[in-house]
Design a protein. Structure first.
Length: 370
């Protein structure tokens, strides 16, 4: 899920910005790192030596192994044999994904989302619909009321697998949607989104699936959660319908297995669900939040700066909601920013350098910001 369809909307209207010209070129293995992949002078304040990792299809939600040597991600790239999103991993510093297919870790059946490395760097957790059927579940048809919606597939469950793609265990089995699992840097807990109470709420569990605890309870979609570097806090995106009309619309869509993701803000809480605080009030879609290595700031994607719903750029904000700073500044789609565990790199998804197509690719850059 994870705003994949919203990304495609942004892609459809992206204008193909010009790159900032530089003369610096750095070659590492089969990747070429070009600062010309940065699209504005503002980006050069925070990022350098950008490497493009993928070169076709829609690639997103790349997350680091605990030792930062690998990235696990989802892709629908047809040339890798995909009909819809499947899970892959890469040794990002050495693999050549332009000319080679990475190791697939999911079954190749159904649709997958939200993979994450487990402690030890040899196993992952991810969500899949394959128990509900071999085929990719259908995407919603364009609605006559014009509402932009996401599907909430009730066949999603959460699994663990090894780096050969063998399923090790099934962590969830309750009826309804279970997905969007991420792992604490401490290696002891998983946070995920579930429909098990009839609303889209956050839950935590041990990495073996035991001791499930509900974190949120307010009406609205809660998802895309991540732990802070010390494991003490959670950051996530949420919708909070307020008026009778908004509440009725939310419940009606949810009954159809749908949710409208166009109005979301960021929330933070202690990892046990106490002290929930709203930290943005920007309007439109603010999502894909991730903690800065300091644990005191959040990087996220947002379209709040535009009335037309695109582009999406990256921003950073303090945990108390102050100090909003724009990281990327271009007329394309930038999202899913994730810092490496050592704080030296940022991986993100972008429509930049896609040859005018709708492809969303993965990029890694050295982080030089504060």
């Amino acid at each position: 899920m994870r705003l994949k369809l919203l990304a495609l909307v942004a892609l459809a209207f992206a204008c193909g910005p010009k790159a900032v010209e530089t003369t610096e070129e750095i070659t590492t293995s089969n990747h070429t790192a070009l600062d010309s992949l940065l699209l504005s002078e503002n980006e050069m304040k925070f990022l350098k030596n950008v490497k493009q990792l993928t070169f076709g299809g829609n690639n997103a939600e790349a997350y680091w192994s605990f030792d930062d040597s690998k990235l696990v991600f989802q892709s629908d790239y047809a040339e890798w044999g995909n009909e819809c999103d499947q899970i892959f991993y890469t040794n990002w510093q050495t693999d050549d994904l332009k000319n080679n297919t990475p190791q697939r870790l999911s079954t190749g059946l159904g649709r997958t989302t939200c993979s994450y490395f487990l402690p030890g760097n040899e196993t992952i957790v991810y969500a899949s619909t394959h128990l509900g059927g071999d085929a990719c579940p259908p995407v919603p048809e364009r609605r006559t009321d014009g509402k932009y919606v996401w599907p909430i597939y009730d066949s999603y469950d959460i699994f663990t697998a090894d780096l050969e793609g063998n399923i090790i265990s099934q962590l969830t089995g309750d009826p309804g949607y279970d997905g969007e699992a991420t792992v604490s840097p401490k290696g002891d807990k998983i946070v995920f989104t579930s429909m098990r109470t009839g609303d889209l709420e956050l839950y935590t569990m041990n990495i073996d699936g035991s001791d499930i605890k509900q974190i949120t309870s307010d009406l609205g979609y809660d998802g895309g959660a991540f732990f802070s570097p010390d494991g003490s806090k959670l950051i996530w995106r949420a919708s909070r319908p307020q008026t009778d009309e908004e509440i009725a619309e939310y419940k009606e869509l949810l009954a159809e297995g749908l949710v409208k993701p166009t109005e979301m803000e960021l929330y933070v809480a202690n990892a046990d669900g106490t002290d929930i605080r709203k930290i943005t009030e920007l309007g439109q879609a603010n999502w894909a939040p991730f903690f800065h290595p300091s644990g005191e700031k959040i990087i996220f994607a947002s379209n709040h700066h535009t009335e037309r719903g695109f582009p999406f750029n990256l921003y950073m904000i303090n945990l108390d909601g102050t100090g909003l700073v724009r990281i990327t500044e271009n007329d394309t789609f930038d999202a899913f920013p994730v810092f490496s565990n050592d704080g030296k790199y940022l991986v993100f998804s972008s429509n930049r350098n896609n040859g005018g197509t709708r492809d969303t690719n993965l990029f890694v850059a050295e982080w030089i910001g504060d």
